[in-house]
Write a protein that binds this ligand. Structure first.
Ligand SMILES: Cc1cc2nc3c(=O)[nH]c(=O)nc-3n(C[C@H](O)[C@H](O)[C@H](O)COP(=O)(O)O)c2cc1C
Length: 447
């Protein structure tokens, strides 16, 4: 029961005993609210902002779950779906809002594309549920009012360890695609990785982000195209090329196919038939000859391909999609600078293996020589903390920011980041971690 509904019940009971009428009750409620603020340590806030706003505005303020702040004064529709980003209490609340927005454009196939895992979506779901296999060990009586969430990676400082994963075709959810995401990420100083096949180009995204994003590479099966993509990203300033290695061999995105059945639109207007057209219409391929490309993901890619790529990448080379200690060691041997433990959000293979479950194995295999990042199923600040405790340097989110994007554009992405940052700060305080270096394996235990 929320604080507001509890209060309503209380008022009803008092009224039965000959208590105040509606206008008097309103006055009493207002007085109670004012009294609450007068007694509140959060009094410095001039408006009824969210706890999150207060947290980030004043690093000395501590979050308190006062019901009066949790309760929203907005009228929700009968569907209970949020109508403004500020109303969201957690990132999950953006999911139905995004669905509603996408379906209102009669685009169930786009919704299916975003949500889909492969086969029965078991791996997609396992990514999140597996975080429950770890509990957090809290520490008491540590003054944790001042928290520093920044991380250093490849010489860059990020304000938060939470980064935005590459997601293809963001244009299905926002007209400016990755550029809108970049603006939101920049506002909170989060790093992002742009997909080769986003609708926005790395040049425009880097401008909107204010500093260069990392570039995620689908190499294609034409080396000239690979090289041109890398050069474009590096010329735009991108400090890291992220080769995704988990998309060879095909996949069965059943949830997408099921939603596609409901989609009555003529898709060929945007999805021009023919593989080359699919590739060439994406901004990062502009002015590159893709006529020989038959496969976006690279055909028969092996470690020799990594060597060849290593030979042309001037900045950092990161592999995304590593799920075993053996592959992590192999990556070290091939001069890779960083790894992302990922199964593509459960969209690559139906292994049933959650990313968080293999993180420690990968981290132990590289022994601190290169950073290990992770994504998949991260939905809470506590998930971020667990991943960092198990050795991740940074933690990626995919679908949650796209839910924010699809439902409310830049403001939605911004609120998703704010919620996760604030949840993360709150749990850092509870474990007594004043900065990221204090988050160690001692902070988690097996559930
Ligand atoms: C719609 C969609 C498109 C994606 N496109 C790409 C892509 O182009 N390249 C890539 O490496 N990963 C891609 N991913 C995977 C994400 O980068 C990330 O690994 C995953 O979304 C993380 O899991 P989460 O969605 O549970 O947070 C995509 C994910 C989604 C949901």
């Amino acid at each position: 029961m929320t604080g507001l509904s509890r209060r309503t019940t209380l008022v009803k009971a008092t009224h039965a005993a000959g208590a105040p009428d509606i206008s008097e009750r309103t006055m009493i409620a207002r007085r109670q609210l004012l009294r609450f603020f007068a007694a509140s340590p959060l009094l410095t806030a001039t408006s009824l902002g969210t706890i999150s706003t207060l947290l980030t505005a004043n690093s000395d303020a501590l979050a308190q779950s006062y019901d009066v702040l949790r309760g929203s004064r907005r009228a929700f529709g009968p569907d209970g779906i949020i109508t403004a980003p500020a109303d969201a209490l957690d990132v999950f609340e953006f999911e139905p809002a995004a669905k509603k927005a996408v379906l209102s454009q009669d685009a169930p196939a786009h919704w299916g594309y975003l949500q889909s895992g492969v086969d029965g979506d078991v791996t997609r779901d396992a990514n999140h549920t597996a975080f429950a296999k770890y509990n957090i060990r809290v520490q008491r009586l540590i003054d944790a009012r001042k928290i520093d969430t920044s991380v250093k990676i490849f010489g860059e400082t990020w304000a938060s360890p939470i980064f935005m994963c590459p997601v293809s075709s963001l244009g299905a959810y926002d007209p400016e695609a990755g550029v809108t995401v970049a603006r939101a990420a920049a506002k909170r100083n989060h790093q992002m990785i742009l997909s080769t096949v986003d609708n926005a180009s790395i040049v425009d995204v880097n401008k909107a982000h204010g500093r260069p994003a990392w570039f995620m590479l689908y190499p294609t099966d034409d080396w000239n195209v690979t090289r041109a993509l890398v050069q474009r990203a590096e010329n735009a300033g991108s400090p890291a090329i992220v080769l995704t290695v988990d998309r060879q061999g095909g996949r069965n995105t059943e949830t997408l196919f099921r939603e596609r059945r409901q989609d009555l639109r003529e898709c060929s207007g945007c999805h021009t038939p023919g593989f080359t057209n699919e590739v060439s219409r994406k901004a990062n391929f502009a002015d590159i000859d893709v006529s020989k490309v038959t496969n976006l993901y690279g055909t028969g890619m092996t470690w020799e391909f990594v060597d060849r790529l290593r030979g042309i990448v001037k900045g950092k080379l990161v592999l995304k999609g590593i799920m075993t200690g053996e592959d992590a060691k192999e990556a070290l041997r091939h001069g890779v600078d960083g790894l992302i433990v990922s199964n593509h959000g459960g969209r690559a293979e139906e292994s049933g293996q959650a990313t968080i479950g293999v993180l420690a194995e990968v981290v132990d295999s590289v022994g601190g020589r290169i950073p290990v990042l992770i994504d998949g199923g991260v939905r809470r600040g506590t998930d971020v903390l667990k991943a960092l405790a198990l050795g991740a340097t940074a933690v990626g989110i995919g679908r949650p920011y796209v839910w924010g994007l699809a439902s409310f554009g830049e403001a939605g992405v911004d609120r998703v980041l704010q919620i996760l940052d604030d949840e993360f700060i709150t749990i850092m305080r509870q474990v007594g971690a004043l900065d990221i270096t204090h988050i160690t394996r001692r902070c988690v235990t097996s559930a």
